[in-house]
Design a protein around this ligand. Structure first.
Ligand code: GLP
Length: 242
């Protein structure tokens, strides 16, 4: 695990974006795994700028997002579909047909989950996966649990996640209680992983991930077993690592 600490959240985001940009330049047919949340926004802004400057081209890039709420429509302003459209897809020259997010749209959600994993496999697997981290050590929507999850699945969101995400909704009661998410196994199959964590409120989760045991109660700790992970931190998020 390679750990890099930057002087600000913006600089950590730009550094992570440079890894994504290098992947896009190296392989114009790359498959990227994308994340939502406020943490990757500086990285997405940097990618938009690099695209505008003609340095990176999204024309043949394919993307799979980590997760989506269950119980709100794709067009809901807080859906992750809307988030990705607003912050990245509408601002770069990506083909909308090449962007996928999980969504349980049939009357067999388990089949929808299997189909999402199959679509990732059919695309050749994820070359580079970007991640944030939740306060309780969750990645995507894989909440602390007794076992690491494998494939894409439906989850009940924890109280702490609903509490953290209520800032985007009118109240905690309006936050969906379920989500569809890639499993830890899906994430671990990515050939390379970049995790960004910024802010003092992420310091404990970062310390548990890096300094603790590999434990499904801290889902991000599974990344200690991945051969190609880089963690981009600002000084606040790194503050408990000494
Ligand atoms: C949500 C997302 C995660 C994200 C986390 C942290 O739970 N499902 O992918 O990492 O929030 O979000 P933020 O970056 O806003 O702190």
């Amino acid at each position: 695990m390679n750990i890099q600490v930057y002087g600000s959240a913006a600089r950590a985001g730009v550094a992570a974006a440079q890894v994504l940009a290098a992947q896009i330049i190296k392989d114009p047919f790359s498959v990227l795994g994308l994340a939502t949340g406020s943490t990757p926004l500086p990285a997405y802004e940097a990618l938009v700028e690099l695209n505008k400057a003609g340095i990176i081209d999204f024309k043949t890039i394919r993307t799979f997002n980590l997760d989506e709420y269950v119980g709100i429509s794709r067009t809901h302003e807080q859906s992750y579909h809307s988030f990705m459209h607003t912050h990245l897809f509408s601002k770069v020259n990506i083909d909308p047909q090449n962007t996928q997010l999980p969504y349980p749209s049939s009357d067999d959600p388990e089949e929808d989950c299997r189909a999402y994993d199959a679509a990732i496999d059919d695309a050749g697997g994820i070359d580079l996966q970007i991640l944030g981290i939740g306060h309780n050590g969750h990645i995507a929507f894989n909440e602390p649990s007794d076992l690491f999850t494998y494939g894409t699945h439906i989850v009940e969101l924890s109280k702490s996640t609903i509490e953290a995400n209520k800032r985007f909704f009118d109240s905690a009661d309006d936050v969906p209680q379920k989500a569809i998410t890639m499993g830890i196994g899906t994430i671990m199959k990515a050939r390379e992983i970049v995790l960004i964590a910024t802010g003092q409120d992420k310091a404990q989760a970062v310390a548990s991930m890096i300094l603790g045991e590999i434990d499904p109660q801290c889902p991000a700790s599974a990344l200690l077993l991945h051969p190609q992970v880089t963690i981009f931190l600002d000084e606040d998020a790194a503050s408990l690592l000494q």
